[in-house]
Design a protein around this ligand. Structure first.
Ligand code: B12
Length: 217
């Protein structure tokens, strides 16, 4: 298994979408846990790419190729992740990445894991305007708003969503979760969110706690 995960990591680092897709298919054929292959394989690969990019070892086109490889592998593994989805809903979560920010890999993983654990999901996508989050809460029966931000320059949008909810008298209608690389528990507290989670599994546990829908599956 370790050697297989290493190949997954390497395929993303090399930006080799064909190989990443082949490995995702192989993982499904072999009956490996899709979550383990994502978290300990492909996600590790993309994080390493981010680190190398920050150090100036890699350039943006290489980062884009790695992200494409990662997305393709995820698209193949996601249906297997969501297979455990229950019919009865544990709550309705509206999720999206904040405006100005196109990072959607982590947000989509959180959405898939929530769905697999029985939550109904409305995924607004990436680069979602602040007002769109607020409008969606107003017009839907959302129990929870989950806002992703991967950039230090866009995370302030999470605060603006919460302010927008307050202005429209909607703040108490939903629980607000925040996440993404630059966020933290302190940040969540500072902006008046209900919680922060550092990965998709923790996001499920948090949503279950906040919405009072039992223990993690
Ligand atoms: C892949 C990637 C890209 C891809 C995105 C492809 C896509 N469709 O998503 C591309 C190449 C397009 C890209 C572009 C840019 N990127 Co970029 N990118 C990354 C990278 C390497 C990985 C992100 C990722 O997908 N990680 C894998 C997923 C699974 O992890 P995750 O996103 O953290 O999500 C997990 C948790 O955070 C959490 N989570 C996430 N969201 C939420 C939400 C909630 C509610 C909860 C509870 C939890 C939660 O759960 C997730 C699953 O476990 C990161 C480096 C890094 N370490 O994060 C840089 C990074 C985020 N990018 C960065 C930058 C600067 C950019 C650009 C500005 C570059 C440029 N000069 O153009 C642009 C931004 C464009 C824009 N306007 O958005 C910087 C941000 C620095 C900063 N301090 O703001 C980073 C940190 C790289 C770095 N080390 O410098 N990027």
């Amino acid at each position: 298994m370790k050697a297989f995960l290493e190949r997954c990591i390497q395929s993303v680092q090399d930006g080799d979408a064909e190989l990443a897709a082949g490995l995702a298919r192989e993982a499904l054929e072999r009956g490996y846990s899709p979550l383990e292959v994502i978290e300990n394989g492909f996600v590790k690969g993309i994080r390493e790419v981010g680190r190398l990019w920050e150090e100036g070892v890699l350039f943006l086109p290489e980062l884009v190729m790695s992200a494409e490889a990662m997305k393709l592998a995820m698209s193949l593994l996601r249906p297997a992740l969501a297979k455990g989805a229950r019919l009865a809903t544990r709550g309705h979560v509206v999720i999206g990445t904040i405006e100005g920010d196109i990072h959607d890999i982590g947000k989509s993983l959180v959405a898939t894991m929530l769905e697999a654990n029985g939550f109904r999901i409305t995924d607004l996508g990436a680069d979602v305007p602040v007002g769109r989050f607020v409008d969606e809460v107003e017009k839907s029966d959302a129990d929870c708003l989950a806002i992703s931000a991967l950039l230090t320059t866009t995370m302030s949008g999470q605060r603006r969503v919460i302010e927008g909810l307050k202005q429209r008298g909607l703040r108490l209608r939903v629980k607000v979760l925040v996440g993404g690389a630059p966020c933290s528990h302190e940040w969540a507290q500072q902006i008046g969110a209900d919680g922060y989670a550092g990965d998709a599994v923790a996001a499920v546990v948090l949503a279950q706690e906040l919405l009072g829908s039992g223990t993690a599956q």
